[in-house]
Design a protein around this ligand. Structure first.
Ligand SMILES: [Zn+2]
Length: 414
């Protein structure tokens, strides 16, 4: 690492045995959940986990995943936190509300969401003035980042959402060198500054909450000279991953266990195979055991050159809800795209899941390009390779599939 002392914590970010460190966090999370979370205790006991002992991450294998998408109805039935809060409501610092709606607790300790390592990895330093453009109202984004920035020693300008012209002028006047927010809003600020004749002062940005297409990253980095780093986290679990200076995947954040599970079988995915990001967090305020984020990603197989030993996620691969389960296997639009996009003769396609005699069937309808009948057998073989299930391929007439049709629809009875 160049530029002097590494600004990261070797014990948390580069333990000699990463899996062993993950096992210790898993054991602590189970202990806390059994002691403090009514909801967690029910799921753990159902899997035969009734007492804290050394089980490690592998010991969670039989524990059902709690889907984040189920939280709104669980919280509505058992407000405000569905029996998951590890402390009395009266000792919280704040209560936030995310879309869903989901109530999110914030405990008293500094950097409650453990964001500081992400900022340090992105080069944010003490005394640096940083504009934070995440919302400080209702949703916790603004406070999540604010707490991490303060723990990293930065001076926070709480910009919040909108007010583009005012934020550009303020950031420039203060000489703010750091930006936090979505990459899209960063671009909007820079473009506004250009229109208003205000020179940009940002040198680095930590972006989150929205995709970062490569073209946008290149534009921000090359045209505006801003080094852009991604961070990934949720209100429930706090920081999950972040980029280091190598910008090659998201290092798993200290303090959390990450599993990538096949959403159909719940088996751990091999590196390179996409699955659901499922987290386990030893947070005494809000202990989480196998909390399914609904986000899809995959582990990278190799070690990072930065020296951290933590595993890395390959980025955001979509949402679980966009896919379907077919005969226990999870099929995601990305897998259909991998097999079909750009293949000669295929103009449009749509996967349709149906059921016959209690058996799942996945049929992919293919609309041919004019004068180019597709080779259906060839397509079926390609689909089988990417989805790992048997797929029927059917040619359909021109105009059958709408241009904006969903890539996979589920026509089975719920
Ligand atoms: Zn790294």
């Amino acid at each position: 690492m160049s530029g002097g002392t590494p600004l990261w914590d070797p014990a948390a970010e580069a333990p000699a045995d990463w899996s062993e460190a993950q096992d210790a966090i898993a054991d602590e999370a189970v202990r806390l959940a059994l002691e403090r979370s009514r909801e967690g205790t029910v799921r753990l006991r159902a899997a035969g986990v009734a007492h804290p002992e050394r089980r490690g991450v592998a010991g969670l294998r039989d524990v059902a995943v709690l889907a984040k998408d189920d939280l709104p109805k669980l919280q509505a039935a058992d407000p405000p936190f569905a029996g998951m809060l590890g402390v009395d409501v009266g000792v919280l610092r704040r209560i936030h509300r995310s879309p869903g709606p989901i109530n999110d607790p914030e405990g008293q300790h500094a950097d409650y969401w453990r964001m500081a390592p992400a900022f340090r990895a992105a080069g944010f330093r003490r005394r640096e003035v940083v504009l934070n453009t995440f919302s400080y109202h209702l949703t916790p984004g603004g406070h999540m980042m604010d707490a991490g920035l303060r723990a990293a020693g930065c001076v926070v300008v709480p910009g919040g959402v909108g007010n583009t012209a005012a934020q550009v002028a303020l950031a420039s006047q203060l000489g703010a060198t750091g930006y936090v927010g979505t990459p899209q809003f960063l671009l909007a600020l820079l473009e506004r500054g250009r229109e208003d004749g205000i020179p940009p002062t940002f040198r680095r940005a930590l972006v989150s909450g929205a995709p970062l297409p490569l073209a946008l990253r290149n534009l921000l980095e090359e045209s505006y000279g801003i080094s852009v780093f991604q961070a990934y986290g949720t209100a429930d679990a706090g920081a999950i991953g972040y980029e280091c200076e190598a910008k090659d995947g998201w290092h798993i954040a200290p303090g959390i266990v990450v599993e990538v599970l096949n959403p159909g079988t719940l088996e751990p995915c091999a590196p390179g195979d996409p699955g659901e990001v499922v987290v386990t967090s030893a947070n005494p305020v809000y202990p989480l055991v196998r909390f399914g984020t609904g986000d899809l990603s995959t582990f990278l197989p190799n070690k990072c050159r930065c020296g951290r030993t933590s595993a890395r996620l390959a980025g955001f691969h979509g949402r679980v809800g966009e896919g379907v389960k077919v005969r226990g296997m999870f099929v995601h639009p990305r897998q259909l795209a991998e097999a079909l996009v750009g293949v000669s003769g295929v103009l449009r396609y749509q996967g349709v899941a149906t059921e016959e005699d209690h058996r799942d069937i996945l049929t992919v309808h293919v609309e041919a390009a004019v004068g180019q009948p597709p080779d259906l057998e060839f397509l079926a073989a390609r689909l089988r390779e990417t989805t790992r299930v048997r797929v029927d391929v059917r040619a359909v007439g021109p105009g059958t599939i709408a241009e904006d049709a969903r890539p996979i629809v589920d026509r089975r009875q719920a």
